[in-house]
Design a protein around this ligand. Structure first.
Ligand code: DP6
Length: 324
């Protein structure tokens, strides 16, 4: 047989406790553990076809050919899969997102989770979830969390070998909603991979990393007890800590725009008025507004009225990545 193909779907995730900085950049072995929610309703679908007639790997994204740097990163990940499978066959990778890429919605997480599943299935490998998570991590750190559904924790690990994610609670444990206030659709200037290499240039990063076990404990407990006020305060503090590190790196990384701050202030006011909502921001200007389901429609309407919000995406706790 000259062709072997498989297709997989994966959702991105929003980090409630963030991954920022690595102990080893090549291995994506992180400086601290993290916790996330897998975002159902947002999806990457990827088909991998190993084809002996191809001269080299090929990548199409939403039907178009992306920049060569994207193909290189995908090829490196295919090499990891080919090494385990003991094959040398080039592959055609076709990928589609149903959400905008490169605007702080962690598209690399769903991309590398889907690529890991489709690639290993097409190569006839059967890896367990822990092995899949670890492998996805090498492609993009946050992808190791998108292997699982619901609420997920990525253990930093004592070594690279025990740095992988595990489910904390299934999607149905708590029906939180993530309303993503889209501020900009522009591709960000400095991607996460480059950003991670700057983290240690900030004098605040060591304090942020040293305090991570405390934040992880509070966040895990708040999730397990469905305690929204505690979750809200730790999620916002963690996001602010990461951005404080970014602001104080050399060079400084400032992902926020004026509308980002507008949403932060609005969310803080709405919570004081009794709505269960909090904010968290990844490496981009967009603001993820996490809320209890019973308040989601009200928050959505209010976000829609803010002049700086150009679009709104709505996500719910999603399922694990899977071969389709
Ligand atoms: C701010 O996983 O995108 O979203 O490993 O280089 O692909 P790479 O980085 P990536 O970093 C995610 C950073 C973050 C926080 C998080 O998702 O934990």
């Amino acid at each position: 047989m000259t062709k072997r193909t498989a297709r997989a779907v994966a959702s991105p995730n929003i980090a409630l406790i963030k991954y920022w900085g690595n102990r080893d950049h090549n291995l994506r072995w992180p400086s601290n553990g993290s916790i996330s929610l897998t975002l159902g309703g947002l999806e990457t679908r990827t088909t991998v076809t190993f084809d002996e007639t191809l001269p080299s790997d090929r990548l199409t994204f939403d039907g178009l050919t992306p920049p060569n740097s994207a193909l290189l990163r995908v090829s490196e990940h295919l090499d990891r899969i080919r090494r385990i499978a003991g094959i040398h066959t080039p592959a055609h990778v076709e990928s589609q997102n149903n959400f905008p890429a490169g605007v702080g919605i962690a598209s690399s997480a769903s991309a590398f989770a889907a690529l890991t599943l489709a690639g290993t299935a097409a190569a006839d490998l059967s890896l367990n979830p822990k092995e899949l998570s670890r492998l996805a991590r090498l492609g993009s750190g946050s992808a190791c969390r998108s292997i699982f559904g619901g609420y997920v924790e990525w253990h930093a690990g004592e070594t690279d070998a025990d740095s992988y994610a595990e489910p904390l609670a299934p999607p149905e444990h708590w029906d939180l909603i993530d309303l993503i206030a889209v501020i900009s659709r522009e591709h960000k200037g400095v991607g996460s991979t480059q950003g991670h290499t700057l983290a240690d240039t900030s004098p605040l990063q060591s304090a942020r990393v040293a305090d991570a076990p405390r934040r992880l404990n509070i966040c895990r407990d708040a999730l397990l007890h469905r305690d929204f006020p505690t979750l809200a305060s730790i999620v916002e503090q963690d996001s602010n800590l990461m951005h404080a590190v970014m602001f104080t790196s050399t060079p400084a990384l400032i992902y926020w725009s004026p509308a980002t701050i507008e949403v932060i202030h609005a969310v803080t006011t709405w919570r004081a008025e009794g709505l269960d909502v909090c904010y968290t921001i990844d490496a981009g200007p967009n603001v993820h507004c996490l809320c209890r389901k019973q308040h989601a429609d009200q928050v959505e309407e209010r976000l829609g009225d803010l002049p700086g919000v150009i679009d709104l995406l709505r996500a719910h706790p999603g399922g694990p990545a899977s071969v389709i």
